[in-house]
Design a protein around this ligand. Structure first.
Ligand code: PEP
Ligand code: MN
Length: 280
């Protein structure tokens, strides 16, 4: 069957799409780290998290202010207060802010605070939301749906690009399979596949991809070697009391170790991928 998407393909545009944030870029061959708590829980928790993220070399602060929770009885986020804390922490520590936007009605509000709009896995096929973020001038990180094929994912990205917003970053965050040892099955093969068929940058989220903090570091290293443009990881000053996803959140010590080892691996990756478009 002929592919229905066009703008997101390498046939349409051979060179990698580079998202330019001025002092830093995504998709230019560098490796970015987006880190922070699953949810913004309080002012102190977020400030402490941001300090940790920055201290070891992260460049994006992540954190949900609007949380898509499986149960309506779970913590749903601090909403606008959370966005304010994110912006303040981002400015204080010189970190770009990435946070989820769950519905079209809040795009304007979230855009006032965030540098990147995150579309969560559960909303990957919310076509109205995709079209609406396609109309704004903000980079969008599009997470892969809970059970989405790569074609469905790229079709979703096409919705955004077709509206005029070309600044799309894909995020592999694991898919649902029969395997339940891990929360999801992290599909690292999606990285070279995306690099082959699309010019869009791709980052990997080993936190949601595995659901277990002890697997996050190794999958982060694997993502770097697989050719991803970065990773997104959950970091919490005290994962044991996190209001969401504590079991997959890194402590300061683990995050430090992750960052140090990524640094060691970087030259190997540069050797593997230097100077080409990612198509081998
Ligand atoms: C998140 O990043 O906090 C999140 C909810 O992720 P996902 O949409 O991948 O489940
Ligand atoms: Mn989470």
């Amino acid at each position: 069957m002929a592919k229905k998407y066009k703008y997101v393909t390498r046939e349409y545009k051979r060179e990698n799409t580079i998202i330019d944030f001025g002092d830093l870029k995504i998709g230019d061959g560098s490796f970015v780290v987006m880190a922070g708590p699953c949810s913004v829980e309080s002012y102190d928790q977020l400030m402490e998290s941001a300090a940790i993220v920055k201290k070891y070399g992260g460049s994006f602060l992540r954190g949900g202010a609007f949380k898509p929770r499986t149960s309506t009885y779970d913590f749903q986020g601090l909403k606008e207060k959370g966005l304010e804390y994110l912006r303040e922490a981002g400015d204080k520590y010189n970190l770009k802010v990435i946070t989820e936007v769950m519905e079209a009605e809040s795009i304007k509000l979230v855009s006032q605070y965030a540098d990147v709009l995150q579309i969560g896995a559960r909303n990957m096929q919310n076509f109205h939301l995709l079209r609406e973020v396609g109309k704004v001038d903000k980079p969008v990180l599009l997470k892969r749906g809970l059970a989405a094929t790569i074609d469905e994912w790229l079709n979703a990205a096409e919705y955004i690009v077709a509206e005029g917003n070309h600044k799309v970053i894909l995020c592999e965050r694991g898919i649902r399979t029969f395997e339940n040892y891990t929360r999801n099955t992290l599909d690292l093969s999606a990285v070279p596949i995306i690099k082959q068929i699309s010019h869009l940058p791709i980052i990997v989220d080993p936190s949601h991809g595995t659901g277990r903090w002890e697997l996050v570091k190794s999958m982060g290293y694997a993502a770097l070697i697989a050719g991803a443009d970065g990773i997104m990881v959950e970091v919490h000053p005290n994962p044991q009391i996190a209001l969401s996803d504590g079991e997959q959140s890194l402590t300061e010590k683990n995050y430090k170790e992750l960052m140090e080892n990524l640094e060691i691996l970087l030259p190997a990756r540069e050797k593997l991928y230097s100077g080409d478009t990612g198509v081998k």
